[in-house]
Each structure stands twice: as C-alpha cells, then as structure tokens.
Design a protein around this ligand. Structure first.
Ligand SMILES: *Cc1c(COP(=O)(O)O)cnc(C)c1O
Length: 495
C-alpha cells in the first residue's frame, strides 16, 4: 500500500517513508491510497483477543513493510502493564441507556495522546531502519500541554532519538507544566517560550523549514522529525480503539455482530475523530460520528455549512486541548471526500491567505451525511460534570464533558438511537481546578495538593503518575525568547 500527499496524488511513498517524513514536502499530509477492509467475521475474532493483538491485526493492514511479529513486539511494549494501568488499555464503561464511555487515559501521561505516542517511537525508529536512514532523529514538539508530555514519555531513552519540547511560558496548567519539567530520561529536553502557543508552534515550523539548519544538523548526524498528529504514525494507532470498543461491546453481549454504534469525540485538531472515520470505512458498523467542540466552534460551523472560517475570536476555555482554530487533520478528510490533489491544495491556500474557504456543495452534503456536530461552552461543561457525577457517580474531565453534553443533545434530536460511545480523552485529575469548580468547590488547594483535594472530594483515586508528581524534582527551567528557539535546538543537540 502506498501513501500520497493530500495535495498531490503523484507523490507516492511507502508507509515507512511517510512516517519518517511526517509532513509532505509540498505542505500536504500523507494518507493511504485506499482504505483496507476488515470483514465482520474478523471483527468477531478480534473480540476474543487482548488489545495489543487487536492493534497488530488492524495496523498491519496499513503497514506492508512491517511483519506481524515485529508489530506485536511494539504493541506489547506500548500497551503493556508497565505503561497502562488497565489491562484493557482502552476500557469501555457502561453508563446506562445505551450510553458508554471509552477511557483512553490509562497510559503514562493520563491523556489519550498516549494511545498513539506510546506506539509512534517504535514505528518511527523501525521506519528509519527500513528506509536506510542512519542518523539520530531529533523530534521537535510545540505543545499546549498534553502532546508535549506524552511525546516526552513515549520517546524517553528510545535509542537513536532525542526530543525537545517547547511550551508557552505561563500558557499551560500547573500540573501540565510540572509533568513536563520533571520529565526523566537521558535524551529529553524541555524549554519554555516567552509567548503563546502560536509563537512556539511558528518557531518550530520555522526551524523545520530552514534548509541551512537542516544541512548543518545533517552534517552532525541529526534528522528533524515531528510527533504531531500531522504524522500518519499518530493517526494509525488511533483507528485501533474504535474497533476495540466495538469488540468489547460485542464480547460483553451489549450488541450483536453487525449492529451499528455511534461515537461522540471531543475534537481539536480532528485527528481522533478522523481515526474513527477510517474505522468506519474499513467496515466497522458505525452510524454517526458526532464531532464535539468547545466555544472555539469552527468545526461545528464547517460541518454544518461547508464553510471553514477561522476569522473569529479565540477563547481560552476549561478544555484547553480543544482550543484550536486550525484543525490540521481536516485536510485529510477533504482529500478523502474530493480526492487528493489540486482542489485540496486550493482550499488550504485560501485558508492560509484569507483564513477561510468553502467546499463544493456535494462535499458539504457528503460530510453532513457522515458527521453530526455540536458545541458546549464552559458553563455547560461544568454543569455536565456536576450532573453526571451526582447522577451516576462518574467523574468526567472537561474535554470529555464537552463530548458528553453534545452527545446528550444529539440523542435528544434523533429518533432511532444507536448505542453511543463517548470517547474520553483525559483523566479528570489532569484538570483538577476546573473539575473542582464544577463540583462547587470554591477554596482550591495550591500546587499538587489540588490532586489530593479532588480525590478527597470525589472518593476517586488519582492515577499514579499524577499522584506521584508531588515528590518530583524539577529538571528543566530554561526559558527562551520566541526568536531564539533555533539556538536552543543547537545547544540541546550539542549537550
Ligand atoms: C488533544 C486532545 C483533544 C483533541 O484531539 P484531536 O485529535 O486534536 O481532535 C481532546 N482532548 C484532550 C484531552 C486532548 O489532549
């Protein structure tokens, strides 16, 4: 199977090449030329297997150059007991009335980014070998919080890799910051940037597109790569848990083989829900994919009108990992709808030039047939957390609460209701302050004490990686100007 650029179908690469490159040289994203199929009988067979084996059988269909044995080795390490505190890796909880929650935050950093970033280092280092690249790969990440920590944890002490994370100084939660600056490992670096997330992101993009620096690094034996969801190696492992959720419902007798289920996904960069779209088009019986946004509802507008318009106020919300106005993975959906090539390139050029584009009416109709959408502001998010906790004793984080709220509105509107799985993307203990406020707490403890406060208030146990933060030594205190990031990279690689 080959991979093509969303902007040019003649640019064809192998899976390993696409993973190594991350972003296509023409600015496009890579996507598989066709979507491999998985028959119902095989989904039934998968339901008897543990998560790592499900992952192998599904991912193998996209990765010709990898053997099943090789992939199983990766999956068992990525999703094993030393990394995930639940043997199912992505357990599905029954909340009654055909409503389920799939918890994707049992990994080492307590957010769903682990599902892909525990796997990506294995895929990337193996891909480097397969493509004959013998340099050390240097991963640069700009993060608004969750990706940075998950990438650090995924790549720590992985041979032939180094990873440097930039985060906006003062722009991440205290817990997110402490998670990053206390990161262990010999090959990791963390640096704050004076500026906001966009400054950090633009700085990283500038470094990537600097040919002189690239050459200089190549001379020193380094190769730059990305751990962002623009890399296909991030999207692929996410397809697995949609199919896995179906397997679990089947195995527990909640659905029969062939029954359709819906998913509701808290969405930012459109990577997670895109993986759900792939699962559906591989043959998984999925009815509707519900795209949930917070007050930054650019996707709600796009999915319901066909016009994408980022010219609007940017809100800092209680669900910060969804505070995004440019959803990069939407480009892959457009290529799936209209075919890779010029028309996608034109939309993206319009977006870059005017911050706005409108897709063809047929495309808008096709999209509306596949996706439902909705959004929920901070007030609704907090009410949802309080309501589900008091009614069911289930504690949501702010991102999942957005999705739960949107899912409930969606179900109230449709007549024939499929079972619906809400995709839960973070542990509530990652967003203690907002969750405690939602539960009516007005006096908040400071620093890491807030974790114990939430545990006490709710009777829930904090995940070990977060509970253990209190005693952690701070290793990284560097702060840099947004124009000096490049010299931080050189300095980091010299050390
Ligand atoms: C990254 C993230 C999201 C958004 O996921 P996308 O794939 O970017 O749409 C939602 N919730 C949490 C907690 C996240 O970390």
């Amino acid at each position: 199977m080959h991979y093509v650029s969303t902007r040019n179908p003649d640019l064809r690469l192998s899976a390993a090449q696409a993973i190594v490159q991350g972003l296509s040289r023409d600015g496009g994203l890579f996507l598989p030329e066709e979507i491999p199929q998985i028959p119902l009988e095989e989904i039934k067979a998968l339901s008897k297997l543990p998560y790592p084996e499900r992952a192998v059988k599904i991912m193998k269909r996209y990765l010709d150059e990898f053997t099943e044995e090789e992939l199983l080795g990766f999956a068992e390490k990525a999703y094993g007991a030393s990394k995930f505190d639940d043997p199912k890796a992505a357990p599905v909880k029954d909340l009654g009335d055909g409503r389920y929650i799939m918890e994707l935050w049992h990994g080492p950093t307590c957010a769903f980014k682990d599902m892909a970033l525990q796997m990506l280092p294995y895929l990337l280092t193996a891909s480097l070998k397969k493509t004959g690249e013998d340099k050390t790969v240097c991963i640069l990440v700009a993060t608004s919080g969750d990706t940075g920590k998950a990438a650090l944890e995924g790549f720590r002490d992985v041979e032939h890799t180094k990873i440097l994370v930039f985060y906006p100084d003062g722009g991440v939660s205290d817990i997110q910051k402490l998670q990053m600056v206390s990161q262990e490992g010999q090959n990791v670096g963390v640096c704050a940037v004076r500026g906001n997330f966009d400054d950090a992101q633009s700085g990283v993009k500038r470094i990537f597109s600097d040919p002189i620096l690239r050459e200089d690094l190549a001379d020193k034996g380094y190769f730059l790569s990305s751990a962002n969801s623009i890399n296909w190696g991030r999207v692929l492992p996410q397809i697995v848990y949609y199919i896995s959720a179906y397997c679990d419902l089947l195995e527990s007798g909640k659905i029969a083989l062939g029954d359709k289920i819906d998913f509701c996904v808290p969405t930012g960069n459109f990577g997670n829900i895109l993986a759900g779209y792939y699962a559906k088009h591989m043959g998984l019986p999925v009815g509707t994919l519900v795209c949930a946004s917070n007050a930054n509802n650019v996707l709600t507008d796009f999915l319901s009108t066909g016009t994408y318009d980022r010219n609007r106020p940017f809100y800092q919300t209680a669900s910060p990992s969804m505070d995004i106005l440019i959803s990069s993975n939407l480009e892959r959906l457009l290529a799936l709808m209209e075919g890779a090539g010029e028309s996608v390139a034109n939309y993206m050029n319009e977006l870059a030039a005017r911050g706005k584009y409108t897709v063809r009416p047929e495309t808008a109709q096709k999209i509306a047939a596949e996706f439902a959408c909705g959004f929920c502001d901070d007030e609704g998010t907090k009410q949802t957390i309080a309501k589900l906790f008091s009614e069911k004793g289930y504690l949501l984080d702010t991102h999942t609460a957005v999705a739960w709220n949107v899912a409930e509105s969606y179900r109230a509107k449709v007549e024939a209701q499929n079972p619906l799985v809400v995709v839960s993307t973070a542990s509530p203990f990652k967003f203690c302050q907002s969750v405690l406020e939602a539960l009516g707490e007005t006096k908040l403890a400071s620093g890491t004490d807030i974790i114990a406060q939430l545990a006490e208030k709710t009777g829930k146990t904090a995940p070990a990686p977060l509970a253990g933060l209190a005693g952690k030594a701070v290793r990284f205190t560097d702060v840099t100007g947004k124009d000096e990031m490049e010299s931080k990279v050189t300095e980091f690689l010299r050390a």
